[in-house]
Design a protein around this ligand. Structure first.
Ligand code: PLP
Length: 624
């Protein structure tokens, strides 16, 4: 149980029960303790909802929104900051209706708003009844239609901010404003020069593709003055980057943003809101250090640093404290979703019934088998070196036609059984060093029912790490180490980096598959960015999605179920008409019947099989 480091990264939300099961815990309200995740899956299975499955836990979302807003409120009170915090959720981070609707609901007491980076996202934002003081911040490239809707929405009481990204956009705003005769709520996006560390460092500093430099900013300010609209420029925005690993980068960038704020105010812009964008990170590994998948600060520290830095800069410049805005996406939604799938089968580095050598075997097969004779603890490394050498030589001989398929298969089985014995000896001893690392590379392969490209695109694209853990048997010592392969036919469709308590490992400790029940694995903190970045590689579609709420009595409420894509749905995404496919197949069956190669009585069976497939789930379906 300890090897997975659940207590380090689980944030108290994901825990392990004494029965060795991953459990979900809502620390805020769960009086009867954590709820078993395999128990939830069993319940869902009985309702006909099977894995692979994306499980959204509404209670976690609520708890993250509360945590962020209360942390800002606490920092504001402690520092004596004289303006409120009004966060917005960037819709791009998770656009699913079930998520956005709940964020709006949970955020209402805190005047939490939304950020829209495109027209469709603005349309989503405006379909929500936000609180009177909540903001809708519009970033991204905006055409006249976008700007018109944003300005008109002010008539309904929305605080929709148009963040100007360029002098050209300012011209469009001026034109549309004249046409409508309604004052817009304007912002400017400032490009900070401070480079922030981490995976997204290119989204900050000089190489950032967004935001205006000093010259462009002044052009916009002058133009707004000329057009008599400078009184509308109330917000300054800068995006610090995503998943900022080091809290001191937050301080530095905030301080730089304040310098712009002070200067723009001096230039006559009546700024009242300072928006510091996204960047609040998630400690995926639980290491609490500044690295690509971890952060060296807490939410409380992030908020305190920002509030203190802004207060200090504004006091020094004798300016009123601005309303503080951030656009935290990842930190709000990442923890609330988890991907759960079953292991379908395994390819093991093991051969329990390793064969004896045949009399006509090549002498290298005999040499390989002889390693068994001197396999003792003191000579493990030597045995591993020898076995690997003989196996590789035999592979070369097979390729040249010297060794036949049966001999090669015998050699491979002997090698596998030796590997298994060496691994067992290494696992039982303390001082093995390099060999342990070498053996981690010959991990078993656990073939799993999910698509990396559909459900975990950042793992494939940018080596994002997520905690991955078996959901059951955590009170039993894992007896194997595996990498995970997905169900696509793509060799990239694998996970071979895992977060363990003692660091990042190229294999995951797992158990031999139980015979009588499924073996589930969970991938945690997948709520941010993964859902809409996923693609249809091999035409594996959306998985089933279930939203639940944890109840105080130890049960859960099923709030919403979205069935995964059927084959017919994914066909239509790639412009095949499923009805045409059925018709084409039927025609071929009828022609085969006319030609005599298929019996008329087989027509029903053939058509039934085709129709069952086209209506079914795209993933592996377990027989019921
Ligand atoms: N705001 C803007 C303008 C962004 O581009 C992004 C994402 O990169 C965010 C907010 C969300 O950032 P995060 O998810 O790191 O909070």
């Amino acid at each position: 149980e300890k090897i997975y480091g659940v207590d380090r990264w689980g944030k108290g939300l994901i825990t392990v029960s004494p029965e060795g099961e991953i459990s979900l815990n809502d620390p805020a309200q769960n009086s009867s303790g954590p709820i078993s995740l395999p128990g939830i899956l069993h319940d869902l299975e009985q309702r006909g909802i099977s894995t692979p499955l994306l499980l959204r836990v509404s209670s976690f979302l609520e708890s993250e929104i509360r945590h962020l807003n209360e942390s800002f409120a606490d920092a504001i009170e402690r520092v004596g900051y004289k303006a409120p915090y009004r966060g917005v959720f960037p819709i791009k981070v998770n656009q699913q209706a079930q998520v956005v609707d709940r964020i709006v609901e949970f955020g209402r007491p805190y005047d939490f708003g939304l950020e829209a980076g495109s027209k469709p996202e603005l349309v989503i934002a405006m379909a929500h009844r936000l609180s009177k003081d909540a903001l809708i911040v519009c970033n991204g490239v905006k055409d006249a239609e976008f700007i018109r809707l944003a300005i008109l929405s002010r008539r309904l009481g929305f605080n929709t901010v148009i963040v100007l990204e360029s002098p050209k956009e300012a011209e469009t705003v001026i034109e549309v404003t004249r046409e409508l005769g309604i004052d817009p709520f304007l912002g400017v996006r400032v490009k900070l020069t401070n480079q922030i560390g981490g995976k997204w460092q290119e989204s900050s500093g000089d190489r950032s593709t967004f935001g205006m430099n000093t010259d462009q900013l002044l052009r916009v300010v002058d133009r707004l003055k000329e057009a008599d609209l400078i009184h509308c420029l109330k917000l300054q925005h800068s995006h610090l980057g995503s998943q900022v690993p080091d809290v001191n980068d937050v301080r530095r960038a905030t301080s730089e943003a304040c310098r712009y704020f002070v200067e723009l105010t001096r230039e006559g812009a009546p700024l009242s809101h300072l928006d510091l964008g996204g960047g609040l990170g998630v400690d995926y590994t639980g290491e609490k250090r500044s690295s690509d998948n971890s952060i060296n600060y807490t939410v409380e520290e992030y908020c305190a640093n920002m509030v203190e830095t802004v207060a200090y800069a504004m006091d020094e410049a004798k300016l009123a404290h601005p309303v503080l805005v951030t656009e935290s996406g990842r930190a709000v939604v990442a923890t609330s979703s988890m991907l759960i799938f079953d292991v379908l089968e395994t390819t093991l580095y093991d051969a329990p019934d390793a064969p004896e050598v045949a009399t006509d075997d090549h002498h290298l097969v005999t040499d390989l088998a002889a390693v068994r004779g001197y396999l003792v603890r003191d000579r493990i490394q030597e045995c591993w070196n020898d076995a690997t050498f003989y196996r590789d030589e035999l592979r070369a001989l097979f390729r040249r036609g010297v060794v036949d398929l049966r001999q090669m298969a015998r050699a491979e089985r002997i090698y596998l059984s030796l590997t298994a014995q060496i691994k067992a000896m290494v696992a039982a001893s303390d001082t093995v060093g390099e060999l342990e690392e070498q053996l981690e590379k010959v991990a078993d392969v656990y073939h799993c029912n999910f698509s990396l490209f559909q459900s975990l695109p950042d793992v494939w694209a940018i080596d994002q790490l997520h905690p991955i853990v078996p959901l059951q048997m955590l009170n039993v010592k894992p007896d194997r180490r595996a990498i995970l392969s997905d169900i696509t036919c793509d060799s990239d469709g694998k996970v071979d980096q895992f977060i363990l308590a003692d660091g990042i490992s190229p294999s995951l400790p797992v158990h031999s598959l139980p015979e009588d029940r499924p073996y589930y694995l969970g991938v945690f903190f997948v709520g941010a960015y993964q859902e809409t970045l996923g693609d249809l590689h091999n035409l594996f579609g959306d998985t089933n999605v279930v939203t639940i709420d944890l109840r105080a009595d130890g049960g859960f409420d099923l709030l919403h179920e979205q069935e995964g894509d059927t084959i017919s749905e994914v066909l239509s995404y790639v412009e095949f008409d499923p009805a045409d496919c059925v018709a084409a197949f039927r025609k071929m069956v009828d022609e085969a019947i006319s030609g005599g190669s298929v019996k008329a009585s087989e027509r029903k069976i053939l058509m039934g099989a085709y129709r069952d497939s086209i209506n079914g789930y795209t993933y592996y379906e377990q027989p019921r």
